[in-house]
Design a protein around this ligand. Structure first.
Ligand code: FAD
Length: 468
């Protein structure tokens, strides 16, 4: 369907009339900020932005879009924003904030607008946790339908696999509650295939025991990168599933927003969470404890609602430029090559090179759990900078290419869906077989392409590709 300017204006006015006070349109005051997600470098140009007030608003918008051949996307926060939202009616689902915890069954019903920090605060008093990642800021729904690599993934698996039921408005505008029993194929797809199958209003997720979490961050000057990362590798070699460790090469920019002791300085760090006692955790971290020159140490009991304090990632919107790879292994030669390209003495605008230890429950399970199946890779590398000028963009790209080369002998070419950054093509996140199965589900449930996620499963969904 070709919509002329006049009919577009008319259609937009109709939508605004259907949902008074909830629709932001191009040209409105606040449009420039309102059209963007958290990742402001994703230059998305939606057709309109709708802030839902109740679940029925989702159905109203989807039906409106379906009747007119338009598309709808959900973007509660926009940590995963890409240009795929361009041309869609963008639904802001943050007001759907309900949380119902059932400590006996160890489940929670979570509204589509609930952030991880909010959910952890609600379940922590029960000695339970959900499978949250590094930041309290993403929504449980946005994170979980995209896979979701948690601090507790080694113990309990991907957040997507903790989904027990999904309440959504399907592409025709009907409310449905999807479970493994009533629609196994669609349920399989929503457990990690992204937001392509309907607009979710709430999910039911499994919760897991976490009566005591020990964790924190230890930092050394960047000159210590080689011995620290080698000791980090040793820790991962014998880690039980309850222990998750990540490591970073960190460069804090010389800007006023960074606190004085860190400003303009560079470090190597190891971060950990352990589902168990402080004593057992320290024993497991012993290879790191013999290393001198520690400049920061926050290891201790972690109240779950403060989980995000370990990494202290920024909460305010920002531009990002990143690359990520899954690694079969982390051998000493790879560590040395990483230190060569990103360690002390190197000039680069890249702010962090992160390593995450995978394995454990992430590597078990089956392809029937969801499109990610079992993840055989044992580590992940992630490289991030803030693209503030063309020179910085070029510098980040150069270091990203060097990091890519450094890990090439152990990289499988894949990464998690949630670490694809600006990429709109989801292919690197799935095996060809899982991707084909996801595409079959998409074709079956949304033949007209009414619902669009941040990484469309069918390439023709993107306007630029459609024109090509
Ligand atoms: C600082 C930071 C830390 C991060 N840490 C981790 C981490 O530890 N582990 C990890 O795996 N990822 C991590 N990520 C990636 C992030 O979790 C994902 O991008 C996640 O999808 C973002 O959630 P969101 O609520 O911001 O979703 P948005 O960016 O708002 O939406 C992302 C996509 O989710 C889908 N979606 C969201 N809501 C709905 C809905 N109601 N119905 C249907 N589909 C929906 C849509 O396809 C949408 O395009 C991090 C990102 C940042 C910026």
């Amino acid at each position: 369907m070709t919509i002329t300017t006049t009919s577009t204006d008319t259609a937009r006015a109709e939508l605004a009339a259907l949902l008074p006070g909830q629709v932001l349109l191009p040209g409105d005051a606040g449009w420039e900020a309102g059209r963007l997600g958290w990742t402001v470098s994703a230059a998305q140009e939606p057709w309109a932005v709708v802030t839902v007030e109740e679940e029925e608003d989702v159905a109203t918008t989807v039906r409106f879009a379906a009747e007119r051949g338009l598309t709808v996307s959900a973007q509660p926060v926009g940590h995963g924003a890409t240009t795929a939202a361009t041309g869609t009616i963008l639904l802001r689902t943050r007001p759907l904030r309900g949380i119902i915890v059932d400590p006996e069954r160890r489940t929670a019903r979570v509204g589509a607008g609930v952030k991880w920090g909010e959910l952890l605060a609600a379940v922590a008093p029960h000695g339970l946790t959900g499978l949250a990642g590094s930041s309290p800021d993403p929504t449980v729904v946005g994170f979980s339908v995209s896979g979701g690599l948690s601090w507790f993934g080694r113990a309990y698996g991907l957040a997507a696999h903790a989904l027990r039921a999904v309440e959504l408005v399907d592409p025709s505008g009907q409310h449905r509650r999807i479970t493994a029993e009533n629609d196994p194929e669609l349920f399989w797809a929503v457990r990690g295939g992204g937001g392509e199958f309907g607009i979710i209003t709430a999910v039911e997720i499994a919760l897991f025991p976490a009566p005591h979490v020990y964790g924190g961050r230890i930092m050394w000057p960047l000159e210590m990168a080689r011995p620290v990362l080698r000791a980090y590798r040793d820790v991962t070699r014998s880690a039980p599933d309850e222990l998750t460790t990540w490591a970073h090469i960190l460069r804090f920019p010389p800007i006023p927003e960074v606190p004085e002791p860190l400003r303009g300085r560079s470090f190597v760090s190891v971060e950990a969470t352990f589902l168990g006692s402080s004593e057992d955790a320290e024993e497991l971290l012993a290879p790191l404890r013999t290393l001198p020159a520690v400049v920061f140490d926050s290891m201790g009991t972690v109240p779950l609602e403060r989980l995000g304090d370990i990494l202290q990632e920024p909460l305010d919107p920002m531009p990002t430029q990143e690359v990520s790879w899954l690694l079969e292994d982390l051998d000493v030669a790879t560590i040395d090559r990483l230190v060569d390209v990103a360690g002390a003495g190197v000039q680069t605008p890249v702010l962090l090179v992160q390593l995450r230890h995978l394995g454990g429950a992430l590597s078990r399970g089956s392809v029937e759990d969801g499109p990610n199946g079992a993840v055989p890779e044992q580590y992940q590398v992630f490289c991030l900078g803030v693209p503030v000028s063309p020179e910085v963009v070029a510098g980040i790209a150069a270091t990203s290419a060097q990091v890519t080369e450094a890990v090439a002998p152990v990289a499988t070419g894949r990464t998690f869906f949630t670490f694809l950054g600006a990429e709109t093509d989801p292919s690197r996140a799935f095996t060809p077989r899982s991707l084909e199965r996801l595409r079959d589900v998409k074709r079956a449930v949304d033949p007209r392409g009414t619902v669009r996620g941040n990484r469309p499963l069918l390439p023709a969904a993107l306007p630029a590709q459609r024109e090509a």
